[in-house]
Design a protein around this ligand. Structure first.
Ligand SMILES: [Fe+2]
Length: 167
């Protein structure tokens, strides 16, 4: 299997199999986010909450709990697309094929800047805004390489990779 189809399959299972966060997990997030940002976090679909929470655990385990808010909120722009499981996979496939698609696909494609603009209007650290804006692009000068590498590593779907490899 080439990388692109594998990634799509991984994304499909990541979205389709995500479980809602339980009370213990939500309590952990409440320690990393101010109340208004926690409410924003909870506006995300279950799969995005689960993905973000898993990423937060990654940076916290690396001793960088200060990066947890950036991980937890980096995909908040995606919720505006209104796309479900199949729609998200289709949007990713369309993007890889150079197909622009409709408004939902445009929002999905631009979810980084859309979410960053939203965060910039709130009381957040610069790195939260900048990681949301640039997490699908190149590292901005405002984020140091060490933090960037850790943030990018947190933005991966390890559950599905483990699932698909039989672990
Ligand atoms: Fe992400």
């Amino acid at each position: 299997m080439t990388r692109a189809p594998f990634h799509l399959v991984a994304r499909f299972f990541d979205v389709a199999l995500s479980k809602p966060l339980d009370s213990t997990e939500r309590a952990a997030i409440a320690r990393w986010l101010d109340p208004d940002l926690f409410e924003l976090f909870r506006e995300q679909p279950t799969a995005d909450q689960r993905h973000a929470y898993r990423g937060a655990l990654h940076v916290v385990a690396a001793g960088r709990a200060d990066l947890a808010p950036a991980v937890l909120l980096h995909d908040i722009g995606k919720r505006h697309s209104g796309l479900g499981v199949f729609g998200r996979v289709a949007a990713t496939l369309a993007e890889q094929m150079g197909i622009r698609g409709g408004n939902s696909f445009r929002i999905h494609r631009n979810h980084g800047p859309i979410g960053a603009d939203e965060l910039a209007n709130r009381d957040t650290d610069d790195i939260v805004v900048d990681f949301a804006r640039f997490h699908t692009a190149e590292r901005p000068d405002s984020i140091d390489p060490e933090s960037w590498d850790l943030l990018r590593a947190a933005d991966t779907p390890p559950k599905t990779r483990a699932l698909l490899s039989g672990r």
